[in-house]
Design a protein. Structure first.
Ligand SMILES: NC(=O)c1ccc[n+]([C@@H]2O[C@H](COP(=O)([O-])OP(=O)(O)OC[C@H]3O[C@@H](n4cnc5c(N)ncnc54)[C@H](O)[C@@H]3O)[C@@H](O)[C@H]2O)c1
Ligand SMILES: O=C(O)C(=O)C[C@@H](O)[C@H](O)[C@H](O)COP(=O)(O)O
Ligand SMILES: [Zn+2]
Length: 380
């Protein structure tokens, strides 16, 4: 796999889900086609754009213009940025605003933003009048490669990540790669963890390509669109085979059993963004795999090195405030992991590695071993 030299023309990835299939349209400038695409998809529909304050500042006007030029009426709901909005309060605010805007069953909700807005607006759409369709317009790298695809929507509980939600597929995804130009470097890096995840879980060649081409992805070269399209194709393929996570979709959760517990332990705060938790969690999953003799220490180190080389946190000690505030003890982390949605009959499920590019679902890992492993990692 070599790095493309030129920005590609727009790429369309099909999410093959029968009568709920939809397109992911990827490319620089595709936001301007939103209006015509929505008009063609749902003639006569009204729309409500849900976004956050930061994204609104940069991209709301252009989004509204595209819809207005296609003759589509819009209203807007603007929430606070960050996980603080993926809450009961955030859901109430968005739901009440959609009801006040008289969004009907045949209208559309448009989620303009990162994964927080996508998950929140998608969940509000899923329950509004028992289900209104929605369009994802992802504006963070993480949302373009992961959260806008596959239909997992929801909010957090203080007890854990995404504990309330619904599977609700979008009807269209518009991923304009030029909107990433306004994303902060730290948020871009956090999203990159989910890109690397696709290589680690199922595509060794892509991981090797990322090791060689990550700089071009970060600087906005043609490798960026290639990485986004490759990630979307990987996710679309898995979701189309296992929409509701009865089997292989759990592989997309690589790094998340640990990562979600770490996000909860840091209060869903700016100490640890979701992608950063996934980065630390993926390294822990690789190290646990090595401890269990599934992969070599060298492979675990290779995963850690790549994530660290782009500036992502890879150890518990890298989490902001670890030295000052600490984190949580191993028992607390085990209790938080017990709320993971992959738990079956009270038993934890881990996504482990048999090789870079070959992840497996494991539900026979001894809790005492995991606790000792975490204890050891916490003491550095
Ligand atoms: N549904 C899924 O399948 C899925 C997959 C992965 C992650 N998630 C969820 O997604 C969330 C994380 O998403 P995220 O990392 O996008 O976080 P986010 O939505 O909080 O966005 C990150 C920050 O970047 C800002 N931002 C977004 N786009 C911007 C742009 N173009 N320019 C400037 N600023 C911009 C936002 O205002 C926010 O402050 C988590 O809650 C996670 O659980 C869901
Ligand atoms: O789409 C999926 O399936 C994923 O697991 C993707 C993850 O990156 C994402 O963070 C997802 O929201 C986690 O799902 P959850 O079921 O563990 O909440
Ligand atoms: Zn994730």
């Amino acid at each position: 796999m070599t790095a493309p030299l030129k920005h590609s023309a727009d790429i369309t990835v099909d999410v093959a889900l029968g009568d709920r299939a939809y397109d992911i349209v990827i490319g620089r400038g595709v936001l301007d086609t939103l209006g015509t695409r929505v008009a063609a998809l749902r003639p006569g529909a009204r729309t409500a754009i849900v976004t956050d304050r930061t994204v609104a500042k940069h991209w709301l006007e252009q989004t509204e213009r595209s819809l207005a030029e296609a003759g589509i009426p819009t209203s807007r709901v603007i929430v606070e940025e960050g996980e603080v909005s993926k809450t009961y309060a955030g859901l109430e605010k968005v739901s009440e605003a959609l009801i006040a805007a008289k969004i009907e069953r045949n209208d559309l909700v448009i989620a303009l933003g990162g994964g927080v807005v996508g998950d929140l607006a998608g969940f509000a759409a899923a329950i509004l009048r028992r289900g209104v369709d929605f369009v994802q317009v992802p504006t963070s790298l993480l949302a373009q490669v992961d959260s806008s695809v596959g239909g997992k929507t929801g909010i957090n509980s203080p007890q854990g990540k995404n504990l309330l939600g619904a599977f609700h597929q979008p009807v269209l995804v518009i991923a304009d790669t030029s909107v990433l130009d306004t994303l902060s470097p730290r948020q871009f890096r956090a999203g990159y963890a989910e890109v690397a995840k696709y290589g680690v879980l199922g595509d060794e060649a892509f991981f090797t390509w990322l090791e060689a081409n990550h700089a071009d992805i970060f600087s906005g070269g043609a490798a960026r669109e290639h990485a986004i399209a490759t990630s979307c194709r990987a996710k679309a393929a898995i979701v189309s085979r296992d929409e509701r996570e009865n089997g292989e979709r759990a592989l997309l959760n690589l790094g998340h059993t640990f990562g979600h517990a770490l996000e909860a332990a840091t209060g869903f705060s700016d100490r640890l963004f979701h992608g950063e938790g996934v980065s630390v969690g993926m390294v822990l999953a690789a190290e646990l795999s090595a401890k269990l003799g599934l992969i070599s220490e060298a492979d675990a180190t290779r995963v850690e090195r790549h994530l660290a080389s782009v500036g992502l946190p890879t150890h518990l000690q890298d989490i902001a405030g670890f030295a000052q505030e600490g984190l949580a003890d191993a028992d607390t982390l085990m209790a938080l992991m017990a709320q993971d949605k992959k738990v079956k009959r009270g038993k934890l499920t881990f996504i482990l590695l048999q090789a870079i590019g070959r992840a497996v679902v494991a539900n026979d890992v001894e809790p005492a071993l995991v606790r000792d492993f975490l204890q050891q990692k916490l003491s550095g």
